[in-house]
Design a protein around this ligand. Structure first.
Ligand code: PLP
Length: 284
């Protein structure tokens, strides 16, 4: 398996250079490390194509706007991502995580880097085996995203400690993953994924304005599904909508699709034909 590759990106000079991923590069007062004050994206480079690259760059720019970070130069990041993929070496699939931090405390000089690695076996297993999930309260009510923009709901920030804690909680309860809901029971997203359900020939996902990330893979899935004659839409969903759906998935860049086998211990229908059809839409 090829080893990870790293490029350090200097947004101030507009340059980047390859670096040793095993060596230290970040200052201990970097605000990414001490406050989670920065943004990131993770994309999948598969069979020679960086999937949804432009959608990732555009969400990166939107996250930067929400955090009052300097606008990332898309050409600089495109080139840095291309370089780190080249440096990683041959692999069918490469996950590229690119990050922009506010930089060292008080320096007013952002830090950037892109790291390429091979997706873990666990992620690939969830693609084929599906997952058991828990519904967990994210602790805010519907409408919070508009009422409280300082919560940065909808930005992909480095502050993922809550998301990781939710995943640990699920694993302590013998589940693989989580579906977050608002305190009034509206489905939001997974800690690292978008929720998609199928009802007949319709695919549905929560409204992106509800305080969630606008998923790049969900949008790719909807594009391919619309072309194949599915109706696709954005709608408030409940946990009951998931367990009564014909199929439901957590969808994200590296894992692509993981079928939800059960939610809070309630089994969802196992329909191999539907699963194969939806998977083919995203893999085509
Ligand atoms: N929601 C959250 C909180 C995420 O972290 C992610 C991806 O990491 C997603 C949704 C799915 O986004 P994408 O399909 O762009 O990977």
């Amino acid at each position: 398996m090829p080893s990870p590759a790293l490029v350090l990106v200097d947004p101030v000079t507009g340059s980047f250079e390859a670096a040793d991923p095993g060596a230290p590069h970040l200052r201990v007062d970097d605000l990414a490390a001490v406050r989670g004050d920065g943004i990131f994206e993770t994309l999948l480079h598969r069979n020679g194509v960086s999937r949804a690259l432009e959608a990732h760059l555009s969400r990166f720019a939107n996250s930067a706007r929400m955090l009052d970070l300097p606008a990332p130069d898309p050409q600089l990041w495109r080139s840095a991502i291309g370089a780190v993929i080249d440096n990683h070496g041959d692999a069918d699939e490469i996950a590229v995580r690119f990050t922009l931090s506010r930089g060292p405390d008080g320096a007013n000089s952002p830090t950037g880097w892109a790291l390429a690695s091979t997706p873990s076996a666990a992620v690939l297993a969830e693609r084929s085996n599906g997952i058991d999930v828990l519904a967990l309260d994210r602790g805010f009510a519907s409408g919070t995203a508009e009422r409280a923009p300082w919560l940065l709901l909808g930005a992909k920030t480095l502050s993922y400690a809550v998301n990781m804690a939710a995943l640990r909680y699920a694993r302590q309860h013998d589940k693989h993953d989580v579906v977050f809901t608002t305190s009034d029971g509206v489905v939001l997203e997974g800690p690292t994924s978008t929720v998609v359900i199928a009802r007949g020939r319709e695919l549905l996902t929560p409204e992106p304005s509800s305080g969630i990330l606008f998923g790049t893979m969900q949008r790719e899935l909807f594009r391919a599904a619309s072309d194949a004659g599915w109706t696709c839409g954005y709608k408030d969903l409940s946990v009951q909508d998931i367990v009564t759906a014909d199929g439901a998935w957590l969808c994200s860049s590296v894992r692509l699709l993981a079928a939800i086998n059960s939610l809070d211990g309630r089994a969802l229908p196992a329909d191999p034909k539907l699963q194969a059809e939806i998977k083919a839409l995203l893999l085509q």
